[in-house]
Write a protein that binds this ligand. Structure first.
Ligand SMILES: O=C(O)C1=C[C@@H](OP(=O)(O)O)[C@@H](O)[C@H](O)C1
Ligand SMILES: C=C(OP(=O)(O)O)C(=O)O
Length: 412
């Protein structure tokens, strides 16, 4: 049995940074994720004049309920969609100030129009420099009164998360009616964490109601990243091993832990206790048809091990993976075909047929999940290479070293 300690959750760390910055008092984050995305987030907070002091495994954030301490700032959000969508929303709550946000070429391509339109509906002066609904953009803050909104979060749940986290900072609170929603479990993380920082948020069906009143500082322990854990769980199922990830147990917040249910349906044995989750290979993997709308960050993980199943794997309702770090449906299809696998795609689905994949040069499109997913397939097809192996820095800078150590343990 191999025990893997995976780094902290990106989603939990990003939310905790937002909530801590907006809170009354100093928050301590325990075991936050240290990666390009979360460093970009803390760098953004620092530029906005928030105090962030980092010790190993312990970050201290001085909350500023009245908003940024600087009147003007230029913030570079790198590749992080949480940074690029959450920070302009946090800045909008300030009583006054002019804040410009830009992002990498990859992030500039990714949409945020439903969020920027919602902010404008709430009276925020938000201007784009180029295409509407894309970075770069400037927020001229004058506080947010609050009120009622209708939001389409069918492309990204992050629009809803940003607005929910803004809500307690508004004068009157916010009611949000959601018409479409993807990645729904991420919204549950948001609500749970907002409550952990003292906010009152209620969900009734598709309507979210959040009271004004701000946030209270706290000490917050970040759980391990469930999407990152998916590579080790998939590896166990694929190579006849047993892997335990401590810290992702029955109380875990992240929906992506449900990837283990997919592995169970394919034949793996899964045990979840209060302390963690164990995946044990059950021999041959079976194919399946699975809806991954709720857990689409793990779609590439499944796609990469799919050709080793005894029957086709069809992954449905994952159209929004086309607007992630890259078009993930096409990136998976292209790389699997290069490995000699038969693959079909549609607007929101991918179907992968059993095969005998061979190693190839992976085109990563600078997407960390393409690298990490195909590294799992590489355990059965040794010799894989990547045009941008370093893009794993987004969520797991030490991935290659840790995964090589894990693979060596299995060989030994
Ligand atoms: O809120 C979050 O932390 C996230 C939500 C999901 O995005 P979408 O809602 O855009 O699918 C997920 O893919 C992303 O990695 C992190
Ligand atoms: C989609 C992802 O990231 P984000 O949207 O937060 O940039 C991801 O980490 O897979």
């Amino acid at each position: 049995m191999t025990v893997i300690h995976v780094p902290g959750s990106k989603s939990v760390t990003a939310r905790a940074l937002f909530l801590a910055a907006a809170a009354d008092g100093t928050t301590t984050l325990l075991r936050p994720l240290c990666s390009d995305d979360t460093e970009g987030f803390t760098e953004g907070l620092t530029r906005l004049g928030y105090g962030v002091r980092r010790e190993p495994d312990r970050w201290h954030i001085e909350g500023r309920p009245l908003g940024p301490s600087v009147a003007e700032a230029d913030v570079y959000c790198r590749d992080g969609a949480t940074t690029a969508r959450f920070l302009p929303t946090l800045a909008a709550a300030a009583a006054t100030g002019t804040y410009r946000f830009d992002a990498s070429a990859q992030m500039r391509r990714r949409p945020l129009a439903p969020l920027t339109e919602a902010l404008r509906t709430l009276g925020v002066d938000l201007r784009h420099e180029g295409a509407e609904g894309h970075h770069p953009l400037t927020v001229r803050a004058s506080g947010v009164k609050g009120g009622e909104l209708t939001l389409d979060a069918g492309q990204s749940s992050q629009y809803l998360t940003a607005l929910l986290m803004l809500a307690p900072l508004t004068a009157e609170g916010l009611t949000i009616h959601v018409t479409e929603l993807v990645s729904a479990p991420y919204v549950e993380i948001t609500l749970a964490m907002m409550r952990g920082f003292g906010a009152e948020a209620v969900r009734e069906g598709d309507t979210f109601t959040v009271a004004p009143g701000g946030y209270r500082a706290t000490t917050y322990a970040v759980e391990p990243d469930a999407s990152t854990a998916s590579y080790f769980f998939a590896a166990a199922a694929l190579t006849g091993r047993e892997v335990t990830v401590p810290g992702l147990g029955t109380g875990a917040l992240q929906g992506d832990l449900r990837f283990t249910e997919v592995l169970r349906r394919m034949g793996a044995e899964v045990t979840t206790t209060a302390e963690g989750t164990t995946v044990r290979s059950g021999g041959t993997l079976r194919g399946l048809t699975v809806n991954m709308r709720d857990i689409s960050d793990t779609m590439p993980t499944l796609a990469a091990i799919a050709p080793y199943a005894s029957s086709p794997v069809r992954i449905e309702d994952v159209g929004n993976t086309r607007v992630k770090e890259c078009d993930r449906l096409e990136a998976c299809a292209l790389n699997l075909r290069r490995m000699g696998v038969t693959v079909h795609t549609g607007p929101d689905w991918i179907e992968i047929h059993p095969g005998t994949p061979k190693a190839t040069g992976i085109t990563t499109y600078g997407d960390h999940r393409i690298v990490m997913s195909f590294a799992v397939a590489g355990l059965r097809a040794p010799g894989m290479s990547y045009d941008d192996p370093g893009c794993v820095r987004k969520t797991f800078p030490a991935f290659h070293e840790e995964f090589a150590r894990f693979a060596a343990q299995g060989a030994g």
